[in-house]
Design a protein around this ligand. Sequence first.
Ligand SMILES: *Cc1c(COP(=O)(O)O)cnc(C)c1O
Length: 257
Amino acid sequence: THLADYQKAINENTSMLLKVHTSNYHISGFTKSVSNKEIAELAKEHRIISMEDLGSGVLIDFSKYGQKKEPTIFESLSSGIDLITFSGDKLLGGPQCGVIIGKKELISKLKKNQFLRAFRVCKMTISALEFTFKQYVDEKVAIEKNPTLNRILEPISEVFKRAEVLKNLLKDIEIDSEIIETKAIIGGGSMPDATINSYGVAITSLDGKQVETAFLKEDTPIVGRVQNNQFFIDLKTIHSDEYSIIIKNFKKFLERV
Ligand SMILES: *Cc1c(COP(=O)(O)O)cnc(C)c1O
């Protein structure tokens, strides 16, 4: 897409230029896109509104922590775009909701629209979002306390530690396993082409398919993966209070076979 494509498309019926972030897909090859700044300037020239649907909405520059660069809300705002929308849920790590920010006069207009009533969120959503934003006041606190951010930005040594704990707990109940390198993927349709180096624990002494099937039927199902007929669990999404659930499932499995 070139700036000329926007220019050519503007006519007397145009009231807004909208740019939508490619969140859950990735276009590669010979491609081009127009910057927010250019879109904002073109819109101003034509006295129409510019808007960016940012999708994930991150407040922290991920590239500072070795992750793939995602445009931040502040960067988008400072480009001069009038309105920005982003998800409260995806990379922000808050409740499922949509957020609209931007020029005060446009926000006031939106607030007066009858549609707002149909789309308004409840008090629980607002208080969860407020809680999430408050954590962001201190970037360090956000990274430590927000589960989504924490798991995306934590050092890989932390994942390895969890893998060692799980391996040792399995050894206690006489299950052999080994720690393997894995690639974790950020879900929720937010970063389709970014992977995070991670560690998993692969069970070497049990039939992978049998474990997988049994674990899906448990009261608390565990979704692992099977590779080379070995069941493995990626530690990226395992919290330290969840080892007991995993061990309980393995104990039950051992009783049955
Ligand atoms: C995810 C996404 C949405 C919808 O976000 P919600 O989480 O449902 O509020 C809209 N636009 C883009 C570009 C997205 O990535």
